[in-house]
Design a protein around this ligand. Structure first.
Ligand SMILES: [Zn+2]
Length: 111
């Protein structure tokens, strides 16, 4: 189970990812559910890789994203790092905009 810092907009509890599926090399669709039983809100979400912050050391020429500009790089530096437990969660979903330069290369399941 992964929780990240996804907050239920209704009750402000954490949300967990129930399941996710790859739609594209840069896009995963996830189904989230609020962890508070009394709330139980569930929702569809999308996690998309949008901009390259630093180049791959093992580049695949087919993988091309626009390079992040200065503003996006600053935002990446300000973003809080994900808890280490979420980096090892098995579904391989990455939170949008949370790719710090210290993170390992993104892994997308080839689903
Ligand atoms: Zn809730």
């Amino acid at each position: 189970m992964s929780t990240y810092k996804l907050v239920c907009p209704h009750c402000k509890s954490r949300m967990r990812i129930r399941t996710s599926e790859g739609r594209h090399i840069f896009l995963r669709v996830a189904y989230l559910q609020c962890t508070t039983e009394a709330c139980g809100w569930s929702v569809r979400a999308e996690f998309e890789m949008t901009h390259e912050l630093s180049p791959s050391g093992m580049p695949d020429p087919a993988v091309r994203l626009p390079c992040a500009g200065g503003e996006l790089r600053q935002a990446a530096l300000r973003a809080e790092p994900a808890p280490s437990s979420s980096l090892s969660e098995k579904r391989g979903v990455r939170r949008k905009g949370n790719a710090a330069s210290a993170s390992p290369a993104p892994q997308l399941n080839k689903a």
